[in-house]
Design a protein around this ligand. Structure first.
Ligand code: AMP
Length: 559
């Protein structure tokens, strides 16, 4: 972070937020601000403009939403919004408005998402009744402006969220037109995962002397990186608990620390894990030292094998016996990741760090890799077959150990009479079966659907009604072309441009997905660089659109 004045233990109240907001956050189970919140909230409360480089998963939504809500007068009844948040996609519009609604519930905040694809009538009624915060995609916001149904002259704060995505999707002109309608005496906030030159330009023309913050700027000091095998699984939110269970069943850790973001998740997950036969203990920020000591004692004595904790609760714990650290949520900053996984792999003992990542959080994972300068291998979740194989392996290992311990004589009375009647192999197989079943090896598991880390988070597709030709197989790279249907691009133009400029033929080209403002095309990994270079050097339909690797490459670094 560029401004690093605030110490790491500040609370939401320390940041200057009003009590209604502090209470709402506490009820949601947020124990402390994330780094981006710690850095962004105070200057935003002071009315400063801000440029934040932070991907999804860092807590950036609350970082801009809370200062907006701080401005709301109690019982505000005016019709026109005081804040406008522009986002690239409909999913994000819904998600951001839900978050603002949750934070601002006690203040009676009226939040309205507006996006294409939803009947405009409903939006008109809500605008008519009056709103405080509008969260909109640029296209639909402009439609409302043109119709005269959205008035922006009362807007005090404008937020451009995921600004790089908005520019990539061709929203630049729409954004410019919208900003012209907002009074100059406003606060302008821009969040972007990356800061390419066009974002820089936008910042210079629309932000006044902005505070700049950046997540994950500091690289980990050399020698700091612990000896830990790092792995990640891409899992959509609804499957996370099942996925964690599966991973733990396969890993069978001796002592693991599982980190969650929020207190409520700690409770829920502890319950779920106990229901699955693990001996899990919850560790809360609110617990006193005695309670914490008791929990730790259970882990040390082997009476518990998992501790589920928030960062705050786990601070200061010294657990020498840990074999695994699991991030049930991606930590909100690379520093926090380094801190968490540093709890295993001490004194050269090695250890395992596992992170569950939601498809839309993959950029944060990349930011973490950049800082730690260590790869985090994205793996496929173990299947039921993997799990069964692993469980049999564990049973075999347990039997092996038991044979070596050589205290088996007292069981002769069982085996010898059976041996008169049955083959020794059959007796052994039956004994193994009983031992295996008694170990609690799960039999009625359900397969967890494989998550495709949607390169566009599945968002643009939903918003723009893109067509999907085929599903990408492994070994392909998706190439993003910043022009789509509205520029008249057709599949044959894409095939023509690639086949004409590279050594690929039409047959080598995979699925082509044409949305209104961009196109995604799958090409073999081995030819991706060549195709990108060729397309950058050529024009498509008379235009020179942005061409780049899609940010998440499904084929890369997977098992
Ligand atoms: P965002 O980066 O805004 O998409 O936020 C990522 C997730 O972090 C969301 O699920 C939030 O509910 C959660 N979150 C945001 N701030 C905090 C916090 N201070 N403590 C715990 N969770 C948080």
């Amino acid at each position: 972070m560029t401004t690093n004045a605030r110490d790491d233990t500040s609370t939401f109240a320390d940041l200057g937020l009003r009590p209604e907001l502090v209470n709402a956050l506490s009820a949601l189970g947020y124990e402390e601000p994330t780094p981006v919140q710690r850095e962004a909230i105070p200057p935003l409360l002071d009315g400063r403009d801000l440029l934040g480089q932070a991907p999804t998963g860092t807590g950036k939504t609350a970082a801009f939403a809370l200062p907006v809500l701080q401005r709301l007068p109690a019982g505000r009844a005016d019709r026109e919004p005081i804040a406008l948040v522009l986002v690239p996609t409909r999913e994000l519009a819904v998600q951001v408005s839900e978050a603002i609604h949750r934070y601002g519930h006690a203040l009676g905040a009226r939040v309205l998402p507006i996006y294409g694809g939803q009947p405009i009538g409903r939006q008109l009624n809500a605008l008519e009744r009056g709103v405080d915060v509008v969260v909109a995609t640029p296209g639909r916001a402009l439609d409302h402006l043109v119709r005269g149904t959205l008035a922006l002259h009362g807007v005090q704060v404008v937020v451009l969220d995921e600004a790089d995505e908005m520019l990539d999707m061709g929203f630049s002109e729409d954004i410019e037109a919208i900003l012209k309608e907002i009074p100059e005496q406003r606060q302008t906030v821009l969040f972007s995962a990356t800061i390419p030159p066009r974002i820089d330009l936008m910042t210079r023309s629309h932000l006044r002397n902005p505070v700049r913050i950046e997540i994950g700027r500091e690289a980990a000091a050399p020698g700091e990186a612990p000896l830990v095998r790092q792995r990640a699984y891409i899992v959509p939110a609804p499957h996370k608990a099942a996925a964690l269970g599966r991973v733990l069943d396969v890993e069978a850790p001796e002592a693991a620390l599982v980190f969650c973001r929020r207190r409520v998740e700690v409770d829920e997950l502890t319950e779920t894990l106990n229901g699955r036969g693990y001996r899990a203990e919850a560790l809360h920020g609110g617990m006193d030292q005695q309670q914490r000591d008791r929990v730790m004692g259970r882990l040390r004595s082997g009476a518990a094998d998992l501790i589920v904790a928030t960062d705050v609760a786990a601070r200061g714990l010294d657990i020498g016996e840990l074999t695994h650290v699991v991030n049930y949520d991606v930590p909100s900053s690379p520093e926090s990741y380094v801190h968490r996984i540093g709890r295993v792999g001490r004194a050269g003992r090695g250890g395992v760090a596992i992170t569950l990542v939601q498809p839309r959080e993959h950029r944060l994972l990349k930011a973490i890799e950049r800082v730690t300068k260590q790869p985090i291998v994205v793996e496929k979740l173990p299947t039921i077959a993997d799990l069964r194989a692993r469980q049999l392996e564990l049973t075999r290992a347990a039997l092996h150990e038991s044979i070596l311990e050589d205290e088996l004589d007292r069981f002769r009375v069982v085996v010898e009479p059976l041996a008169e009647e049955f083959d020794l192999m059959d007796i052994a197989l039956a004994a193994v079966k009983l031992a295996h079943e008694a170990s609690g090896a799960a039999a009625d598991e359900e397969e967890i659907p494989e998550a495709r880390p949607a390169p566009d988070d599945g968002r643009q597709r939903a918003e723009r009604g893109a067509q999907r030709a085929r599903t990408a197989p492994g070994g392909v790279t998706r190439v993003f072309i910043g022009a789509g249907r509205t520029s008249g691009i057709r599949p044959q133009d894409v095939v023509g441009a690639i086949a004409g400029e590279s050594r690929l033929s039409g047959r080598d080209i995979g699925a082509i997905e044409i949305a209104d403002r961009f196109t995604l095309v799958e090409v073999p990994d081995s030819a991706a660089d060549e195709v990108i270079a060729a397309l950058r050097g050529s024009t498509i339909k008379g235009r020179k659109p942005t061409v780049r690797r899609e940010r998440y490459e499904p084929g890369a670094r997977r098992r």
